[in-house]
Design a protein around this ligand. Structure first.
Ligand SMILES: [Zn+2]
Length: 234
């Protein structure tokens, strides 16, 4: 299968579904990680372009740890908008280039607008990308992808209905997240959070719920054309 994981910012995918992506790769599936925004407003010390370049390099290194491809839509933090026609077309072309069977993205109740808008942007695009008379630079995609919502930050307000055992890849997940050096520092200084410790804790909590050491939780989108009869997650 081809898996497209889409988050708002560099580091969100590593925190929320990095173990599952590593397991997809281990099973021979093709995984693309996309952060729609450049992460260009998360710094006290750099300019927007400086921090965006740093974070793009960090995301590329993290994707290499997981074994995934890495792309970005190049938007700016705080400006992700699923109603913006230009952003819609960027997302539609992302779908048409990567041709996913499965899309993983943010849950509609995640904690900040970029996350909510990125999730809506890609789920909407994954339908429109299949319409032959909606023409863009890329050829139409033939599959309305299954969509899975990944956990929210800190697991707040999110009750998973499917779990992936990430015990065998927890070190890979944390090693990928640790590549986001600028964000480990930013989250410590801006939010007082040790993101590596928080991520391990949520993984252990979801593992406790599912009877394993570590896990990640998901909820499938059950909108029409999205449900599948077979389990698609690892
Ligand atoms: Zn984020």
């Amino acid at each position: 299968m081809r898996i497209l994981a889409v988050a708002a910012h560099p580091d969100d995918l590593e925190i929320l579904c990095g173990g599952t992506l590593a397991r997809f790769v281990a099973e021979g599936h093709e995984v693309t990680m996309c952060h729609v925004s450049r992460g260009d407003r998360g710094s006290f010390i750099h300019t927007m372009d400086e921090i965006a370049a740093i974070r793009d390099g960090e995301a590329a290194a993290a994707a290499r740890v997981i074994g995934a491809q890495h792309v970005s839509l190049g938007l700016s933090d705080g400006e992700v908008n699923s109603s913006d026609p230009k952003q819609k077309d960027l997302a539609i072309d992302l779908i048409r280039r990567t041709r996913p069977d499965v899309v993983i993205t943010h849950h509609p109740s995640d904690y900040m607008p970029d996350h909510v808008e990125a999730g809506k942007l890609v789920e909407d695009a994954s339908f429109v990308a299949t319409l032959p008379l909606y023409q863009t630079a890329e050829p139409v995609h033939t599959t309305v992808a299954a969509v899975y919502y990944m956990d929210t930050l800190a697991g707040l307000g999110f009750s998973p209905t499917e779990y992936v055992d990430t015990s065998s890849v927890i070190d890979t997940k944390l090693a990928a997240l640790a590549k986001h050096v600028s964000q480990v520092e930013w989250l410590r200084d801006h939010d007082g959070v040790d993101v590596l410790e928080q991520t391990r804790t949520v993984s252990a909590f979801r593992g406790f719920q599912a009877g394993t050491a570590y896990a990640e939780g998901f909820i499938p989108s059950l909108k029409w054309l999205r449900p599948r009869t077979k389990r698609l997650l690892p």
